[in-house]
Design a protein around this ligand. Sequence first.
Ligand SMILES: Cc1cc2nc3c(=O)[nH]c(=O)nc-3n(C[C@H](O)[C@H](O)[C@H](O)COP(=O)(O)OP(=O)(O)OC[C@H]3O[C@@H](n4cnc5c(N)ncnc54)[C@H](O)[C@@H]3O)c2cc1C
Length: 511
Amino acid sequence: MKQKIIVIGSGFGGLGAAIRLAAAGHDVELFEKRDKLGGRAYVYEINGFKFDGGPTVITAPFMFDDLWAVAGRKREDYFEMVPCDPFYRIFDWNKRAFDYNDDAAFILSQIEQWNPADKDGYQRFMGTTKAIFQKGFVELADKPFLSIMDMLKVAPDLIKMQSYLSVYKYVSQFIQDDFLRRCFSFHPLLIGGNPFDAPSIYAMIHYLERAWGIHYAIGGTGAVVNAMGRLFEELGGKVHLSTEVDEILIEQKRAAGIRTRDGQIYQADSVVCNADVGFTYDKLIRKDNQSLYARAKMSLMKYSMSLFVIYFGTKKQYRDHGLAHHNIILSERYKALLSDIFNRKALSQDFSLYLHMPTLTDPSIAPPGCEAFYVLSPVPHLGSGVDWTIAAKPYRDAIMQFLEDNYLPDLQANIIAEHYIDPLHFQGELNSRMGSAFSVQPVLTQSAWFRPHNRSEDFDNLYFVGAGTHPGAGLPGVLSSSIIVQDLIGPAAEPSHRQPVDPGLSIATGD
Ligand SMILES: Cc1cc2nc3c(=O)[nH]c(=O)nc-3n(C[C@H](O)[C@H](O)[C@H](O)COP(=O)(O)OP(=O)(O)OC[C@H]3O[C@@H](n4cnc5c(N)ncnc54)[C@H](O)[C@@H]3O)c2cc1C
């Protein structure tokens, strides 16, 4: 039955749900607080540079193809994706680099340079990740976990796959070299998890990378957001930008609609909320409408770390400086630094960085002869008590000086565009509880049924999509949540992506 549906928030989860529901024939209106679509994928345009604010790595390109297929269109007609090679260049604290891509022989040759004895272990590790991917992604990521029974049904498989181990511990069973262990276990950080706490099921991210590659959208991730906005409007969807929702209206235990900041009321048959789920329970639903259970569950949730991100453009190019499109620069301290960020909630002097250099692949996002970058440092969320109005500038200076001294000579004299964000941005601009960059932390006790559900426990017609719900953060995760919500509202999606065509990954040998 055709419904009037309101979607709150235009992150990838919100946009994905809005497109799917509009394609299914519903009348969908989307309300976004900011002046542009995209949520964490907001684009900053400064002095001729286009900086993607958030996601830069596309790991499951087939999910975008599926979204366009659902709408009866071809993704290729809207934006172009190109593969990145290497996937990542990972530097140790002595600036020695390890590259990997989708070529087994190449990866083994890289491992050979660090610790030849780990070649065999890497192949055994890869051999186990396919089964983890099949269970964790293909079978579970786009299924709702609304009842404890759903959880109990999968528990034996989770135990069989050693999901009780952390990703780091899981990888360490196969790989001896400490730096290589880091290279094959850092992936939970991409979705807000600590490799020492996140369940080993996230080892599937490496399988996903190897099987389908890492892609970049020409024009930046912002080009994907624009394409999704265009697709939604072509399907008859209506977008309200710069329109913050103040309250989800509840009548007789059902979501009746929303009230926006300017006092307007919009009614709906169903509401899909892409705003941070912790913030939603805190601010958008009146407490006297919430059950004690929901309030208690939300108040006990642990939130992932935050990020400090500096977007900068230089008037000169930094080719031949040994950098790749995606660079990870690891601090010598790994476990202790992660513990500072996730457990002690202390801002350390040292940092591990992700350095994005998209102009290597796509010069169109910077003025001619210039280079665009962003550098990201994981930092504790606002539970740390750090006063970022004071700490931000010295932290920025320390990171830029480090880059200038080690990777980008004369950097600061060449910057012609710059902007930075800190945990206060995630809290104030993106309405994220604790200023977390990835919402609810991915640990076993906050996964699947234990995570905030995709349908509210309190109100049958209130749905949640996005990083804080099942299955979790990252583009594949939040797009999966939009499939779940389409299935729950109906009519259910054709399950095309659930059996993504595996490109026949060669893992056991170097050929
Ligand atoms: C710096 C950074 C880099 C990342 N890199 C990658 C990457 O390379 N690859 C990857 O897969 N993932 C990456 N991630 C994670 C990924 O970007 C996120 O998990 C994902 O984009 C979150 O999508 P979402 O659907 O949860 O919505 P969000 O992006 O969180 O958007 C929610 C939207 O809701 C809006 N909103 C909130 N409250 C209201 C309200 N009351 N009224 C109206 N609107 C409201 C917000 O303004 C926002 O636009 C990265 C994240 C960050 C922060």
